[in-house]
Design a protein around this ligand. Structure first.
Ligand code: ZN
Ligand code: ZN
Length: 393
């Protein structure tokens, strides 16, 4: 059955490219998707699958019931684009100024739709069901996953898998790991309120720039002095703002940064330390600091058994010549929420263009993928469905 599926996917590769290019030309921003979900729903409906639109507001869920009883496997692909002006000069570049599929979600959708077509054509032989979760708004917190889950997209699902095409990983490679694979991505903002004054009379002021600089330094001690050396965390300040005349002592400073972690207790620690240190440093100087910690997506934590299955299936998949256990990435993904509800795993499918002189990262205006990577991803995802049907029968 695996060979049959691989052959059919191969036969439909041109269609996968066609769908990807159509979506690439017509990108839509997170929480503003209208035509994309309509296109997906039409495609799934034509296959004869049961389709539910507007799931969690903009998502699409299609269900394929196999001819024989068995488990239910969900596969998820996101479909939103980014507020980036495309500079690739591809013949199918974005037709919408300032909006671009610069993360490969066009590819995710194309590979899942064609896989749906192939699996639907094998329907009678399938010993289980497949739920295709087409998710809106991955790029912009709070994301679409939580709303889709609340709207029942995981009802009856036994296990879930998802992949991200990755331009920085060579084509033909699959990377996965057991446990954490992507980080919790949080944001903090600190407003320092001192007392401004004349640059020549520092003793009459509470210098917000000096206090802010001290806070930035102190925050760097959290990872080195508070976090367990065996755990991972990042605290980065990306924004420090205070504009005054050269001879003025600043009244206010605004500091904004990001905190990344994998474990919930480390995340709690980062939140508590950032707030306490910012307030403590400011009060030491007789000033005030208001610190706000906003939680983004939690860490993506793969279930051990399903991660092992990803490794095994990838080894047997057409187009994959290298399978690697990777170290986790500090980027965020709202696939994390699905894994809090059901067992499953997330992995990376290498999509680096083999002959490109320069490889651009995700979210870059010149970002592009090797399109054959979509076929590889579909092969692994389809293989995971068949493997699960076989194991859980
Ligand atoms: Zn992205
Ligand atoms: Zn992405």
């Amino acid at each position: 059955m695996l060979e049959k599926m691989q052959q059919l996917l191969n036969d439909h590769y041109d269609e996968m490219v066609e769908i990807r290019r159509h979506l690439h030309e017509n990108p839509e921003l997170s929480f503003q998707e209208v035509e994309t979900p309509k296109y997906i729903a039409d495609y799934q409906r034509k296959l004869g699958n049961e389709v539910r639109e507007g799931v969690g507001e903009r998502g699409v869920v299609a269900v394929l019931e196999g001819g024989k009883p068995g488990p239910t496997v969900a596969l998820r692909a996101d479909f939103d684009a980014l507020p980036i002006h495309e500079e690739t000069e591809l013949p199918f570049a974005s037709k919408t100024d300032g909006v671009m599929h610069a993360c490969g979600h066009d590819g995710h959708t194309a590979e899942l739709l064609v896989l749906a077509k192939v699996l639907t054509s094998m329907k009678e032989e399938l010993a289980g069901s497949v739920v295709f979760i087409h998710q809106h708004a991955e790029e912009y917190a709070p994301g679409g996953a939580q709303a889709m889950i609340a709207d029942g997209c995981l009802d009856g699902v036994d296990v879930i898998y998802g992949t991200h095409l990755w331009s920085m990983i060579p084509h033909g490679t699959v990377e996965y790991t057991e446990g954490p694979i992507m980080a919790a991505a949080d944001k903090f903002s600190i407003n320092v309120k001192g007392k401004g004054g004349h640059g020549a009379q520092p003793h009459m002021t509470k210098d917000s720039i000096l206090i802010g600089a001290q806070i930035v330094q102190t925050l760097q001690h959290i990872v080195s002095r508070n976090v367990d050396p065996m755990d991972s965390a990042v605290v980065s300040v990306g924004h420090f703002e205070s504009v005054n005349a050269y001879n003025v002592i600043a009244d206010k400073v605004k500091i904004i940064g990001t905190a990344r972690s994998f474990e919930e207790d480390v995340r709690d620690l980062l939140e508590e330390r950032i707030i306490t240190l910012a307030q403590g440093v400011a009060s030491g100087y007789g000033a005030e600091a208001e610190a706000i910690y906003e939680r983004g997506y939690p860490a993506v934590i793969n279930h051990e058994e399903q991660a092992k299955i990803v490794g095994k299936v990838a080894e047997q998949s057409a187009g994959i010549d290298h399978v690697e256990v990777t170290s986790p990435q500090m980027g965020g993904e709202d696939f994390a929420y699905y894994l809090k509800h059901v067992k499953g795993a997330f992995f990376f499918t290498g999509a680096m263009k083999p002959d490109a002189k320069v490889t651009y990262p995700h979210h870059h205006p010149k970002f592009d993928i090797e399109e054959r990577a979509m076929l590889n991803a579909a092969n692994v995802l389809g293989g995971l469905v068949l493997e699960t049907f076989d194991q859980m029968k």
